[in-house]
Design a protein around this ligand. Structure first.
Ligand code: ZN
Length: 148
């Protein structure tokens, strides 16, 4: 199988399987909307009691396969990360998405998310891929604000 179609398959698998789908716990969800494409995501990051580690990510949404698959992959890959690790992780993902095809995400580090690397060539779709991440960062800010 060619790499591109393999990547498309991974994206479609996440679009169907949706890791972390369903907001089942009390938290601080962030709602994000992408008017360009019509994608909508409501996502919350659940932190450990000390507020330093991501226990899980829960989300619900509608929209294109890239937006929904990105949320599913984010939920799958970021589980158990410290917030410091997540900040670096999200920074690297954002940098790749804004690179217009220059930066390819490392599969070792980004797992299934590496399949979204090609999205950066399509400027109009970058917002689709970033939507869940913006929601996650916002939810972390809201959650940590509640702990202080
Ligand atoms: Zn979209």
């Amino acid at each position: 199988m060619e790499l591109e179609s393999l990547y498309q398959q991974i994206i479609l698998d996440h679009y169907k399987r949706k890791v972390g789908y369903g907001i089942d716990h009390g938290g601080y969800p962030s709602h994000q909307y992408n008017p360009t494409c019509g994608d909508e995501i409501n996502l919350q990051v659940l932190l450990s009691a000390d507020g330093n580690t991501i226990e899980s990510i829960e989300w619900e949404g509608t929209g294109c396969s890239i937006s929904q698959a990105s949320a599913s992959m984010l939920a799958a890959e970021s589980k158990g990360m410290t917030l410091a690790e997540f900040e670096t992780f999200a920074g690297g993902f954002r940098e790749a998405m804004r690179s217009r095809g220059e930066i390819v995400l490392d599969e070792e580090e980004y797992g299934d998310l590496a399949s979204l690397s090609g999205v950066s060539k399509f400027v109009a779709r970058v917002k689709c891929a970033m939507l869940a991440w913006v929601a996650a960062e916002d939810s972390v800010t809201l959650t940590r604000g509640s702990l202080n």
